[in-house]
Design a binder for this molecule. Structure first.
Ligand SMILES: Cc1cc2nc3c(=O)[nH]c(=O)nc-3n(C[C@H](O)[C@H](O)[C@H](O)COP(=O)(O)O)c2cc1C
Length: 198
């Protein structure tokens, strides 16, 4: 991207940069840090996988009763951060989240490998776990429960879509003379661009 003449729309820019990241040897180019604000006002962060990004926003899937799910129920805003080190690039996205529809979550859940589907039922994500055996037993119980049939999506598992309220592209250069471009929506389908000092 030409930072002195930025494209009007940040989404094709993200898609270009994402394709570039997929061509590196990064094992998970779709891995991103997801920061939330806990009910006590404190930030927490973890890595999640981006599953979709388009005009409607950025999508990830998780357990909605997890620590992040509880945070999002109270503070439905996130910051997402991609760092593609081999390209010396980062992308920062911020915005409000909404839950992905049941139909869309079902469709994505159905594409997951069966052991991941079993795990989604067996894991009480973020809750205290006494020992590995307790979890292995839960996995075995779920496997027995769904033997011979498709595993449905657990009601507590689904997607979140992050509206693109701010998206920043950062390209590193030597001697810290980096390029930064921030896009914010004007609300009428067009975007405002603003270059920032590094
Ligand atoms: C590379 C990588 C990808 C991950 N992808 C996901 C994901 O897509 N969804 C998810 O719920 N957890 C994912 N995790 C696990 C999360 O980082 C985290 O441990 C989990 O979601 C619990 O977070 P919480 O206790 O803050 O809710 C991933 C971890 C790594 C290292």
């Amino acid at each position: 991207m030409n930072f002195d003449a930025p494209p009007n729309d940040p989404i094709p820019v993200f898609q270009d940069w994402f394709r570039d990241a997929q061509q590196t040897d990064l094992p998970n180019p779709n891995a991103m840090t997801v920061a939330t604000v806990d009910p006590d006002g404190r930030p927490s962060a973890r890595i999640l996988l981006l599953k979709d990004l388009g005009e409607d926003g950025a999508v990830f899937y998780t357990n909605r009763e997890s620590r992040k799910g509880r945070a999002l129920a109270v503070n439905p805003y996130v910051a997402l951060l991609f760092h593609w080190d081999p390209l010396d690039r980062q992308v920062r996205i911020e915005g409000p989240v909404s839950q992905v529809s049941d139909e869309e979550s079902d469709a994505y859940f159905a594409t997951r490998p069966r052991p991941s589907q079993i795990g989604a039922w067996a894991s009480q994500q973020s809750e205290a776990l006494a020992d590995r055996k307790t979890f292995d037993d839960a996995v075995a119980e779920v496997e027995a429960r769904f033997e011979g049939r498709d595993v449905p999506r657990p009601p507590h598992w689904g997607g979140y879509r992050v509206a693109l309220e701010r998206i920043e592209f950062w390209q590193g250069h030597q001697y810290r003379l980096h390029d930064r471009m921030v896009y914010t929506p004007n609300g009428d389908g067009t975007w405002r661009t603003q270059r920032l000092y590094p």
